[in-house]
Design a protein around this ligand. Structure first.
Ligand SMILES: Cc1cc2nc3c(=O)[nH]c(=O)nc-3n(C[C@H](O)[C@H](O)[C@H](O)COP(=O)(O)OP(=O)(O)OC[C@H]3O[C@@H](n4cnc5c(N)ncnc54)[C@H](O)[C@@H]3O)c2cc1C
Length: 290
């Protein structure tokens, strides 16, 4: 597929934001599924001002922007992504503590943030220790586990609009819902959040995190590339139970397979394409529905 970003534009972008531009970057290197064709251009802004410069530049060139966190909740097309992929990660991952609150850059990974909170004797985020995403991805998806969600503890989110304008939203204004928030619209990039936690004994917080990790190791196929659970749970029963009851564990299309360990996970059992995953999802949907 033809790139929307010319070599000359990439050079201008490097100058405009003061960082490297990766051209035709394989997205399979940036997703936990290890699937995805090339991004026309991928950048990793080192601070908020660099992030704004990237967005303002892309806006002025009328180029589409896609935000990437840790790539653990994404199925990127085999054709890749046209325009500019902006990775929010290292450089935007600072953590500071303000009393019983933690202020964190959205590029921080959830396990790292959960451990820091435990070390500071704060409870309320230990459920996130086994989720491999970034805080930015979690705020977008309203990630959650063990009856907790990131929306429960979010007091404030700082973000940049695609035109580079800065704004601050309260937890309420974030419109957290079942695996979505106002960031799901894709028109803003979160760069920092303030989470309100509560004091606790670090030892007991760490013990709970160890329990959660133990539980995940038993119930999830952590040895194979995946993007976590595929289907949302219908009320009252896990989607995995329906898929299991339909006898679909182990079903394979190309390199994509319904996990033998957890039926709501599709794993990349070797060389899977996005097309394989989409076909397999269609088969699962049809079979469970029938
Ligand atoms: C083994 C495994 C277990 C998992 N377990 C859980 C679980 O228990 N609970 C759960 O909820 N999820 C789980 N997930 C899914 C995933 O880790 C979470 O949804 C995570 O929060 C996604 O974060 P990410 O940084 O990887 O986001 P990405 O996959 O990079 O992006 C997801 C979406 O967020 C957007 N986005 C990312 N960063 C930003 C930002 N800074 N500003 C604006 N938009 C942004 C992207 O554009 C995209 O639309 C699991 C995944 C795996 C692989």
């Amino acid at each position: 597929m033809t790139s929307m970003v010319s070599g000359e534009q990439a050079r201008r972008l490097e100058k405009a934001y003061g960082g490297k531009v990766m051209i035709s970057e394989p997205m399979k290197k940036h997703t936990s599924f290890q699937i995805g064709g090339p991004a026309d251009a991928l950048v990793e802004p080192h601070d908020v001002e660099a992030l704004r410069r990237v967005l303002q530049w892309a806006w002025s060139e009328s180029l589409p922007v896609f935000v990437l966190g840790n790539g653990t909740n994404l199925l990127v097309a085999d054709e890749g992504i046209r325009g500019i992929v902006v990775r929010v990660g290292p450089g935007l991952d600072g953590i500071t503590f303000e009393g019983e609150c933690v202020r964190a850059g959205t590029g921080v990974s959830l396990p790292a943030l959960a451990r820091e909170c435990a070390d500071h004797g704060l409870s309320g985020f230990e459920w996130a220790v086994g989720i491999p995403g970034s805080l930015g991805g979690a705020l977008t998806m309203n990630a959650g586990a063990y009856s907790h969600t990131v929306g429960d503890v979010t007091r404030e989110v700082r973000m940049v609009g695609l035109d580079g304008a800065l704004s601050v939203k309260t937890g309420e204004e974030m419109q957290f819902a079942q695996r979505s928030s106002r960031l799901s619209h894709g028109d803003s990039i979160a760069y920092q959040a303030l989470l309100a936690l509560r004091p606790a004994d670090p030892g007991s917080v760490r013990a709970r995190m160890a329990e959660y990790m133990k539980d995940r190791k038993v119930k999830q196929p952590l040895h194979l590339p995946s993007a976590g659970c595929v289907f949302q749970n219908p009320s009252g029963r896990g989607a995995g139970r329906y898929i299991d009851a339909a006898g679909l564990k182990g079903l394979r299309v190309g390199g994509a397979e319904v996990s033998q360990v957890h039926a709501n996970f599709i794993v990349n059992a070797g060389g899977a394409t996005a097309r394989d995953v989409l076909i397999l999802m269609g088969v699962i949907r049809r079979t469970v529905y029938e």
